[in-house]
Design a protein around this ligand. Structure first.
Ligand SMILES: *Cc1c(COP(=O)(O)O)cnc(C)c1O
Length: 367
């Protein structure tokens, strides 16, 4: 039985009538850029995250980049983040001219090791970017305490964790702002690229609204050097149809995760550890396995989808060479990049498919 890693078509089918109507409506009215759908989804996502404002942009990458630009980041500044993330987190920093300082991760949660963050702060540190990896919040209680004590701003990368909570509070509402991606495979995916910054800081929101439209408040009066980075009306319309379902989809993802946890009991598969006080949204269900190559070979043979997020930690990527890191500098990230394996996790997975995944992995390990 084939088990695709992702099945976007199943979700579309379940929403088809409403979705087609919403997209056609935008085409009928032809207000493709900054139409009323954009303001509506900004308001709804901000409310969902528990922030005052949402600013739609063209992608999650731009959400991060424009936020850093809005904060005035530039050459001479340092930004602390994790090497165990998607490259976009670091691209956003390097584009401003600031320097990325990597801090190793916690072995169980795959998120920034907050104790090591404290040691890495210098006079040049302006921002810390925690990434809520795989859908699990970073330890925001400890991180915010350190950041406030040392006068450093926190910008949350929520691309994989929309809706996740730490001690009852949604990610994106802890730091000065939260950056969201609507890339189609994310928990709330558009039908193309899209992103948003959520914040309760009015000055930052104001600056972001200018930055995304060529630096102007009033058309053709350019106050600052800006970008063309907008969430378009069709994507906003798609997201408006989907958002009311996000909570039920998250619950379904958790049920899949629970079923996997049960299925891997007594095996050498290390199932995800959810830290106390966290509500995980399982963008990815990521395990640590011995002999990963053999497990992958078995999955491929059985037609079961998988992903490796991420095979090379960012400090060892070619594009980061100038930062001067080498093998051995961030040992936990380096080791885990050789052990992690993400298995299919989406609301539409059937019990039989879950069983197929479990038995294929266990079989490969001789268990
Ligand atoms: C997906 C992702 C991004 C970038 O989002 P895009 O919308 O693809 O630009 C940034 N950070 C993380 C952790 C991501 O997973």
């Amino acid at each position: 039985m084939p088990v695709p890693f992702l099945d976007l078509r199943a979700q579309y089918r379940s929403l088809k009538e409403q979705m087609d109507r919403a997209v056609l409506d935008v085409m009928e009215r032809c207000q493709f850029i900054m139409g009323p759908e954009v303001a509506r989804i900004e308001e709804e996502i901000a409310r969902f995250c528990g922030t005052r404002f949402g600013i739609g942009v063209a992608s999650g990458t731009d959400a991060l980049h424009l936020s850093l630009v809005a904060m005035g980041l530039g050459p001479g500044d340092e930004v602390i983040t994790t090497p165990f993330t998607f490259i976009a987190t670091v691209e956003a920093v390097s584009k401003t001219g600031a320097r990325t300082v990597f801090v190793d991760i916690d072995e169980d949660t795959f998120n920034l090791d907050v104790d090591q963050v404290a040691d890495a702060i210098t006079d040049r540190t302006k921002v810390i970017i925690p990434v809520h990896l795989y859908g699990q919040p970073c330890d925001m209680t400890a991180l915010m305490e350190i950041a406030q004590e040392r006068g450093v701003t926190v910008l949350e990368d929520c691309a994989q964790a929309l809706g996740a909570r730490h001690r009852g509070r949604r990610v994106g509402s802890f730091g000065i702002a939260g950056c969201i991606s609507f890339f189609p495979s994310k928990n709330l995916g558009a039908y193309g690229d899209g992103g948003m910054v959520v914040t309760s800081d009015e000055a930052l929101a104001d600056r972001l609204r200018m930055l995304r439209v060529h630096g102007c408040r009033r058309k053709y009066y350019h106050e600052i050097d800006g970008f063309n980075s907008r969430l378009d009306s069709i994507q906003a319309a798609v997201l408006l149809v989907k958002l009311p379902h996000l909570e039920e989809w998250t619950q379904a993802r958790r049920r899949v995760a629970d079923a996997y946890n049960e299925g891997f009991k007594g095996s050498s598969v290390h199932t995800p550890v959810v830290a106390e006080g966290n509500e995980h949204v399982f963008y990815a269900y990521t395990v640590k396995v011995p002999r990963r190559d053999e497990v992958i070979a078995a999955l491929e043979k059985a037609g079961v989808g998988y992903a490796v997020y991420y095979p090379v930690p960012l400090h060892l990527q070619d594009c980061c060479k100038a930062l001067g890191y080498g093998p051995g500098d961030l040992p936990v990230s380096e080791r885990l990049s050789g052990e992690v394996l993400s298995l299919p996790v989406y609301p539409e997975l059937t019990d039989a498919q879950i069983e197929e995944v479990v038995s294929t992995v266990r079989g490969a390990l001789g268990e």
